[in-house]
Design a binder for this molecule. Structure first.
Ligand code: DNO
Length: 374
C-alpha cells in the first residue's frame, strides 16, 4: 500500500545546560540529524518562577550553537500541588508565570510529571554488563529491603557528581513528612489534585500557545506504596480527559511506559498519536528480566524487549510531527557522565532511530524532514 503522508518529527537531544552537563552544545550539533535540544534551567527549584531573562539567555545560547529549543524538560510540579495543600495556589501561580515566560521565549512544550515524591526510580545506576558497559537497572524485590531515605541516599551518591533530574535536593527535602502526608492520599484524591492543577494551567497554555506534556510513571507501577496514576493506557487516557484540550498532552516515554510487559507500547502510541495528544516522545529500549525487574538497554531492538522499528513505524503512521529524543543510554567507552545521559550511547541511539525513520518514511513514500548539520 502506498501512502502519501507528511512526517515532520524533529529529532533532538536532552541537554542540562552549560553548568550541569558533561556534554557541550557543539558535540550535540555534530550528531548527524540532530536539530535541537530539550532544555532546562536546573537551578530553579519546584515552585520557583523561571525568570524570562534567564530563559531568553538559554534560548540564545542554544540558537547561537545552531540548534533549536522548543521543549523544556522539566518544569517540576511542587509537592504541595500534588498533595493538594492550601499553599498550592501560590505554587500554581508561580507555575503559570513560568509558563507565560517560557511562551514569551518561543517554547512550545513543557514536560513535567505528576509522580508523588519520586520521579524515575532505579535500584542500580551502573550495573555492569558482560561487555563492560553499564546500565541503569531496577529490581522491585530490592526495594523491599531499603527505605525511601536509603534510596535517595543511594541514588544521589552514585550520580557521578551530577544532579539527577527529578532527584533535586529541594524536591526531596522533608521526605519523611511528605511520605506521612501521602498516607492519606489515595489515587482518587491525587487525581482530584491533578484536575485542580490542570484546570488552572491548561487555559493559560491554550492562550499562550504552549502544550503541557506529562511524562508517564517510571517504572510503570507504584513504589513504596505511594499512589501513582500515570502508568497504564487507561490512566493516561483518564488524565487527558481531566481537561480535554490539545494543550493537555503526553510526553510519551517508551521505556517508562514499556517497563511493564502488560503495557503495549505501539498500541498506546497509536491510540494517543491518532488523537494528536502526543507532544513529544522519549525513545528508550529496556530488557525485561523478570517480575518488576528490568534493565535499560541500547536502543537497537535486538538489545532489549521493545520493538523500536514498530515504535517508529507507528509514529510515522500517525504522522507524528512533534519532538523526539533518544532517552537513557548505557555508559560506554569509558565515558563519565550523568547516569543515563552520556553522549556516546545516546548519539548511537539517535542515529539508529534516524536510520529507522528514513527507511520507514521512504518505504511508505512519506515526506519527512531531512536535516544535514554541516
Ligand atoms: C529521567 C527523565 C525524567 C523526566 C521527568 C519529566 O531521566 O526521563 O526525570 O524528565 O519525569 O518530568
Amino acid at each position: 500500500m502506498i501512502r502519501e503522508q507528511v512526517c515532520l518529527m524533529k529529532m533532538v537531544f536532552r541537554w542540562f545546560g552549560a553548568h550541569d552537563d558533561s556534554i557541550s552544545l557543539e558535540q550535540i550539533g555534530q550528531i548527524p540529524g540532530c536539530t535541537g535540544i530539550f532544555g532546562s534551567l536546573p537551578q530553579y527549584a519546584p515552585g520557583e518562577v523561571w525568570p524570562e531573562n534567564d530563559i531568553r539567555a538559554l534560548v540564545q545560547t542554544v540558537h547561537d550553537a545552531g540548534l533549536s529549543i522548543e521543549v523544556i524538560e522539566s518544569v517540576n510540579v511542587h509537592e504541595d500541588i500534588k498533595m493538594g495543600l492550601p499553599s498550592r495556589d501560590r505554587y500554581i501561580d508561580a507555575y503559570i508565570q513560568t509558563i507565560r515566560n517560557l511562551a514569551q521565549c518561543g517554547i512550545k512544550v513543557i514536560v513535567y510529571n505528576f509522580m508523588p515524591v519520586f520521579d524515575w526510580l532505579r535500584t542500580d545506576l551502573a550495573r555492569p554488563l558482560p561487555d563492560h558497559s553499564t546500565v541503569m537497572y531496577y529490581d522491585d524485590a530490592m526495594l523491599q529491603n531499603v527505605s525511601p531515605e536509603q534510596i535517595v541516599e543511594q541514588t544521589s551518591s552514585k550520580s557521578n557528581g551530577f544532579s539527577l533530574p527529578g532527584w533535586e535536593p529541594e524536591r526531596l527535602a522533608e521526605l519523611r513528612q511528605v511520605l506521612v502526608r501521602y498516607e492519606s492520599i489515595d489515587e482518587d484524591k491525587l487525581l482530584e489534585n491533578y484536575r485542580y492543577f490542570l484546570n488552572a494551567v491548561i487555559p493559560v497554555c491554550e492562550q499562550a500557545g504552549v502544550r503541557m506534556a506529562v511524562h508517564p510513571d517510571d517504572p510503570a507501577w507504584p513504589v513504596f506504596g505511594i499512589p501513582r496514576i500515570a502508568h497504564t493506557q487507561e490512566q493516561l487516557e483518564r488524565i487527558l480527559q481531566l481537561y480535554d484540550s490539545p494543550a493537555n498532552s503526553l510526553c510519551f516515554c517508551t521505556g517508562s511506559f514499556g517497563s511493564s510487559p502488560q503495557n503495549d507500547v505501539p498500541a498506546a502510541l497509536r491510540h494517543f498519536g491518532e488523537r494528536q495528544r502526543i507532544a513529544c516522545v522519549h525513545v528508550r529500549n529496556i530488557k525485561f528480566l523478570g517480575h518488576k525487574k528490568f534493565q535499560e538497554a541500547a536502543h537497537l531492538s535486538a538489545c532489549g524487549s521493545l520493538d523500536l522499528y514498530e515504535i517508529m513505524k507507528v509514529l510515522c503512521d500517525v504522522g507524528f510531527d512533534g519532538w523526539l529524543r533518544p532517552d537513557h543510554g548505557r555508559m560506554i567507552w569509558g565515558e563519565r557522565a550523568r547516569p543515563g545521559y552520556g553522549l556516546y550511547d545516546r548519539a548511537l541511539g539517535l542515529t539508529y532511530l534516524n536510520g529507522l525513520w528514513e527507511a520507514i518514511c521512504k518505504s511508505h513514500h512519506c515526506f519527512y524532514l531531512e536535516t544535514s548539520v554541516n
